[in-house]
Design a protein around this ligand. Structure first.
Ligand SMILES: Nc1ncnc2c1ncn2[C@@H]1O[C@H](COP(=O)(O)OP(=O)(O)OP(=O)(O)O)[C@@H](O)[C@H]1O
Length: 242
């Protein structure tokens, strides 16, 4: 991104503790509009907690999160939920599709929640399933699909509303490498087409290679733009041992 463009998200000095475990210890990071940012780091370094704070799922103990110029860390749960619905798409490692609903209904759900009519929502959901190569699975429930198919359906659900930011927490973590590459290619292409920014959490250097920029979390603090090097992270450096 250019320096003249204000960031879409700016997080400053985030701290978050779970009991005695300090998951974040002053993490700061920014995200430009349309930027694909990889957040890497050892297990337990605070990546998921950071993503949850940026997406308004979790409230930090201190520090601030600004989205499009507005502080969101102090908003009520209801307003944060609304923001996630209107502006954010979220993709988890295991998809977290609703098991009782078909693929089509899972993808249509965010549109229905946003007030779309049923027929229009289903038409749009069908288009997205087609785009991600899982139109043939439209009537299946998540338990009747392969992991790769379910993750593509999850991706369609995350992108169907045209979010400004997609938060993806280890989106390929449960997939074999070929399927993971296909999911990443689809995610990145779709985000580029729609101008969505992506926050991508990953352990995997092959996945972070899809990003425009990478930051490394260590001990709950962002070490900006360090090159990924797994050997940096000995187990002694992993948080949670206090
Ligand atoms: N809800 C929670 N309750 C208690 N402890 C938590 C909770 N969420 C995270 N933690 C702890 O906070 C620390 C950071 O966890 P977090 O999941 O953010 O790290 P991570 O880098 O995403 O790890 P991983 O790569 O293993 O998913 C860990 O020690 C974890 O055990």
């Amino acid at each position: 991104m250019t320096t003249s463009t204000p960031p879409l998200i700016t997080a400053r000095g985030l701290e978050k503790a779970y009991g005695r475990t300090e998951a974040l210890r002053g993490a700061s990071v920014s995200l430009g509009a349309g930027e694909i940012l990889a957040v890497t780091g050892a297990s337990g370094s605070g990546k998921s907690t950071l993503l949850h704070c940026l997406a308004g799922i979790v409230t930090p103990d201190s520090g601030s999160v600004e989205y499009a110029g507005t502080r969101i860390d102090g908003l009520s749960e209801a307003r944060r939920t609304e923001l996630r619905r209107t502006d954010f798409g979220i993709l988890f490692q295991f998809g977290q599709l609703i098991p009782e609903l078909s693929a089509l209904d899972n993808v249509a759900l965010p549109l229905l929640l946003a007030g779309a009519r049923r027929t229009a929502a289903h038409e749009q959901a069908s288009d997205w399933l087609g785009k991600f190569g899982v139109y043939g699975q439209a009537r299946l429930r998540p338990g009747e699909m392969s992991g790769g198919q379910a993750q593509r359906v999850s991706l369609a659900r995350a992108l169907v509303t045209g979010p400004k930011v997609v938060f993806a927490d280890e989106p390929t973590g449960a997939l074999d490498s070929l399927t993971g590459e296909q999911v990443m290619t689809t995610l990145v292409q779709s985000a580029r087409e729609s101008g969505s920014a992506v926050v991508l959490i990953t352990h995997d250097a092959q996945v972070s290679a899809y990003a425009d920029r990478e930051v490394v979390l260590r001990d709950g603090v962002v070490r900006a733009d360090e090159p990924w090097a797994a050997e940096h992270f000995s187990t002694a450096e992993v948080r949670g041992n206090d």
